[in-house]
Write a protein that binds this ligand. Structure first.
Ligand SMILES: [Zn+2]
Length: 71
């Protein structure tokens, strides 16, 4: 009769890299929805993006529902 002993060693650590990636995505999403006034599109579109406000108009209702100041 044989007895087998199984030992499980768990090496779970806090996934710092994953948390950093999620924090960046969260911060970018917060900026995208709540604060962008043409800044992102101005990188490729120039000063005209501050008049067009495409992202602002896209996220306008979401911005109001989330309680961000708008107008
Ligand atoms: Zn508004």
């Amino acid at each position: 009769m044989s007895v087998s002993n199984e030992i499980t060693i768990s090496k779970s650590k806090t996934p710092i890299f994953g948390i950093a990636v999620l924090a960046f995505i969260s911060a970018f999403g917060l900026f995208f929805v709540g604060y962008d006034q043409g800044h992102l599109f101005s990188i490729v579109q120039g000063a005209e993006a501050f008049d067009e406000l495409y992202i602002h108009e896209l996220t306008h209702d979401m911005r109001h529902a989330a309680g961000f100041p708008c107008h």
